[in-house]
Design a protein around this ligand. Sequence first.
Ligand code: ADP
Length: 637
Amino acid sequence: MHKLYFIADSSTTSLVNINHIKKLEPKYSKTIQFIYLNNVGVDSLMHAVSQFEKGNAIALINYFQDEKGNPLNFNSLVQEIARPTNVPIFLDSEALLGEGIIGGIINNGFAHGREVAVLALRFIDENNYIPNERIAHPKNNYYFDYRIMQKFDISEKLLPENSIIINKPHTVLVRYLRYIVLLFGIISFLLLIVLLLLMNIKRRKKAEAVVKQKLEEIRDQNIKLESANQLVSDMNARLEDINKHLTVTNEELNKAKEKSEEADRLKSAFLANMSHEIRTPLNAIIGFSSLLVDPFTTSEDQEQFIRIINSNSDQLVRIIDDILDLSKIEAGQLKISNEIFCVNEILTDLVYLFRKHNNNQLVEIRLSKFTDKCRLMLQSDPTRFKQILTNLVSNAVKYTDRGIVEVGFSLDDDHEVTFYVKDTGIGIERKYFADIFDRFWKIEEITNIVYSGAGLGLAISKRLCEMMGGRIWLESEPGKGSTFYFTQPAYFIRGGSKDSKSVSAACKGKNNWNGYTVAVVEDEVNNLQLLIKILERQNANVIGFKSGNEVVDYFRNNKDYPVNLILMDIKMPGMDGYMAAKLVRNICPDIPIIAQTAYAMVDDIVKLKDSVFDDFIIKPIKTGLLIEKICNFISND
Ligand code: ADP
């Protein structure tokens, strides 16, 4: 039979409790013996407890006072009882769980206390009472200490259902459960992250593929757009070109329209003017011609009439020449010859002629001083050159009432000569500077001042000048005068004091070359004869040679040569002029040698200038020029 010891103090509560327990006794009388240890002194109790045998149990009801009624520290007393005893102690105190007792149905003291407090609050502190706060109904639970169960070999199976076991050591799994859970959590977290990453990678790859595809599509679109753009800009450029072209064409058409209107106007003006210009000299020619045959006309009158008829015929011819020239120029049929000529001669002759025909005493026509200082050669068309100058000078004379008309040139550099014709005449307004070079154009048409002229001179001069490689322009001030300039490519210039005027003057004093001997070397018989004739007319002695060898032999054999000057042809069979001149120069260094040649190209001239010759003359030889050149070498004595 098992023994169940009930420990209690002598308090009323304990007695009440024991009385209750005793009522249960008959129910267990066959298996359990109920033993009541109440009102036992602490020492006796301690002794008794240590004697209890295994297989029995203690139910500790109350022990708050000793047998004399002195209060006891229940908690430390229970711990002291638990230490020596061999049986488990069942107790309902929550506070002593884990302090040596095995457990039992435990009152939840804290919950009970709280319930009481809430209940009390309802009555004593209405302000802090929360009306609807529920009063908890804490349940009492079975609590058991695992360590004590182990100590007394009590199996868990014996415990009531839903018992709570404290101090039960964890199994390995349970012990490391936290870590395992943590690890699992971490692994799961990592796995989740990996999964998320994988998903992300997959999604990203997918997205990348989509993006790549989109990019390719965009690139394709871009390429298409670029080529479309290119196409558009090409088309734009083409349209712009077309536009420009159209604008230019439009402008050209407008200009052409304006030009044709202007041409129309000019043509009408020209026709009216031409009629006047042609009829005026014709009138004089016809009128005076009829007077010539008049029986009352004296021979003196006849002479004057013939002069008038001649001068008017010249005027008429000039007009017709101008018209023909302009037609030729415009048809591209006018040819410019290419000859070497002396500018000074042309200027001198021109000024001389104009002076001769100038009836206005108040106008002086002169050559510039600089023109005297050097001898200028041009390679061009002398006739057309003269024509330009004639036009400019005749205008200058025509539009100048008093003052000066000066002709001259200046050397800008080695490549260009600027000719000018300056007057102190009526001048031209700046706004007409460009127009006056148009054909048929006359300021008189606008100003209604009447001067003769068809309005062709400047147009022809401009075209000629340009065809000869030059430019033409003017400076002018109304009331003060005008200066017309034109340029020509320079050919070469011979500096020196012997200008054409002084040469002419010198020649005048030396035109009798009595006693002078000139050796002429020329293989062409006719040319030789011509030269001999020219020279003999000047009363010179002439010795003719038909080759270079002949003349060299002559000087070799005639040490006392009576020759004053040699005219040497360049191209001859056998020894040419260069070699012959060189050899002769060696024999007699003082004799001047003038080359006469048909080689008139620039290179030939340069060669001649650098050679032993003192001067040269280009064929066809002009008598005047030849005489002038020889005069340069004939001394005054
Ligand atoms: P024209 O034979 O009528 O003189 P040009 O072509 O030679 O024709 O000249 C055109 C116009 O230029 C002239 O009608 C004249 O009005 C003006 N002009 C030319 N040269 C001069 C000048 N030296 N002084 C003033 N006006 C000039």
